[in-house]
Design a protein around this ligand. Structure first.
Ligand code: SF4
Length: 102
């Protein structure tokens, strides 16, 4: 019986994973609010640490794993929005004006 319980343990853990009840797209969302929602879904998961450790070991390119947002295989606080990077505005350099002799 003990062996049977040990064999069943991974399946019981699987049913306890909150992400199995959610749309998988939520964990690869672009919007900050959906990303935060995915992190909250992971909160009570009993496999949180293993999930994050596995994602870090695989260097997952993106997504919420173990309650953390990964981008490029690393945990980041938030995702940069798509699109062009911000324009860096250089400070204006003042040039000395020439005085025209009359
Ligand atoms: S920690 Fe991993 S296994 Fe658990 S709910 Fe989140 S994504 Fe699913």
């Amino acid at each position: 019986m003990t062996l049977l319980l040990e064999l069943m343990a991974p399946f019981e853990a699987h049913t306890a994973m909150p992400c199995t009840d959610e749309d998988p797209e939520l964990f690869f969302a672009e919007s900050p609010s959906d990303i935060e929602l995915a992190k909250l879904v992971c909160g009570p998961c009993p496999l949180r640490q293993e999930c994050l450790a596995g994602a870090l070991a695989r260097r997952e390119p993106h997504g919420v794993w173990g309650g953390e947002l990964l981008v490029g295989g690393e945990v980041v606080a938030r995702k940069r929005p798509r699109g062009r990077p911000r324009k860096i505005v250089e400070p204006a350099i003042e040039t000395p004006s020439r005085e025209v002799a009359a």
